[in-house]
Design a protein around this ligand. Structure first.
Ligand code: PLP
Length: 362
């Protein structure tokens, strides 16, 4: 087995570092997936998840990775219309691929990697009509770009026929996200990113419009039927056996998150993001050819993609010193690396990491 790293050194943009107490919580005893014990557990989890999503609605808990709920999103939202996929990186591109692989007609709206979509341009596309759904990645983990979710939700809401499906896998839990206030039809995340849990669970919130559409969706399948998932979680149950051990970890982590408050969490992430940009400026002043990849003003507080020469050397040199960051992803693999400053990481840990990167680059 590989040697465990010292705590505070694992900055992969997913899976992220998990607190030892959260890991330990997984060793609770097995309980059946029907009955009072699991219902009590789900009741406690529900109370913790609502503020995370800023919703009053039930939060669906799926035993799958986040991609499972991305597939659920399109299969429940699309009947006979088209899908408009906003693509600005690898994960938003995956959302388009998932929709196409389900047999739906997909119009890709591509902008350059590192950029985000102009809400007005999205509105113009929607004006042409015929779209059952829009897909997007809130925080594009391959580039570190953050879509203006509130504004895009506003333009999609103006269209009666079109539902907004949001992959917020590296958004929720780190970036301010207001599901109810922003009128998002379906939003999902996974356990192993900004929530700092082990991989294996995904979470989503479907509004009434989404559930009405789902009720009519002809080929949504059984496992990812959002009406069923929604109805059952409303009664603190799931249709199929949930990953009980992960639920224990989730319940524990949600209590830790409640202590910090969501506002506190958003601020901590914003602070780590600001420090990363400051460090990039410092390195540039020292003559290094380094830059933040995503467009200024449209950057995610959870992950920074850094353009640099020979990123592979930096990543492997860090690893040999006992630190993990993410390599570049997709077509920018050879020109960037990524720092996942999300989950439970602190500014202090980030500063230590940046000092080590500085030394590696010297
Ligand atoms: C990690 C990630 C995914 C995929 O999540 P899985 O849990 O691996 O299925 C999708 N979208 C974004 C933005 C991600 O960061």
């Amino acid at each position: 087995m590989t040697q465990p790293l010292e705590p505070g050194r694992f900055f992969l943009p997913g899976p992220t570092e998990v607190h030892p107490d959260v890991l330990a919580a997984q060793t609770g005893p097995m309980i059946g997936h029907r009955g009072q014990a699991i219902q009590d557990l789900f009741a406690s989890i529900e109370a913790g998840l609502k503020p995370v999503f800023q919703t009053e609605r039930p939060v669906i808990v799926s035993t799958s990775s986040a991609s499972g709920l991305m597939e659920a999103a399109v299969r429940n939202a699309v009947i006979d219309g088209k899908v408009l996929s906003l693509v600005n990186g690898a994960f938003s591109g995956r959302f388009a691929k998932i929709a196409a692989s389900c047999g739906f007609e997909v119009d890709r709206f591509d902008v350059e990697w590192g950029q985000v979509h102009d809400p007005q341009a999205v509105a113009e596309r929607l004006d042409t009509g015929g779209y059952d759904a829009v897909t997007l990645s809130h925080s594009e983990t391959s580039t570190g770009a953050l879509q203006d979710l509130e504004a895009i939700a506003g333009v999609v809401r103006a269209s009666d026929e079109t539902l907004l499906l949001v992959d917020s896998v590296t958004g929720i839990g780190g970036a301010e996200t207001r599901t109810d206030d922003w009128g998002i039809d379906f939003i999902l995340t996974g356990s192993q990113k900004a929530l700092a849990l082990p991989p294996g669970l995904a979470f989503g919130v479907a509004n009434e419009a989404m559930l009405e559409r789902s009720a009519k969706a002809p080929a949504k399948g059984w496992y990812f039927d959002l009406v069923d998932l929604h109805d059952q979680i409303s009664m603190h149950q799931t249709p199929a056996t949930p990953a009980v051990s992960l639920l224990y970890a989730l319940d524990h982590q949600l209590k830790r998150m409640a202590e910090e408050t969501m506002e506190g969490r958003w601020q901590r992430h914003a602070g780590m993001q600001a420090r990363t940009f400051e460090w990039v400026d410092e390195m540039r002043q020292r003559g290094h050819d380094v830059a933040v990849f995503a467009a200024e003003g449209h950057r995610s507080p959870t992950v920074s993609c850094i353009a640099i020469e020979q990123p592979g050397r930096v990543v492997s040199e860090l690893f040999s010193r006992g630190w993990v960051v993410g390599g570049g992803y997709g077509k920018i693999e050879d020109t960037t690396f990524r720092i996942g400053h999300m989950g439970d990481h602190t500014l202090g840990e980030l500063n230590e990491l940046l000092d080590v990167i500085t030394a590696v680059m010297a």
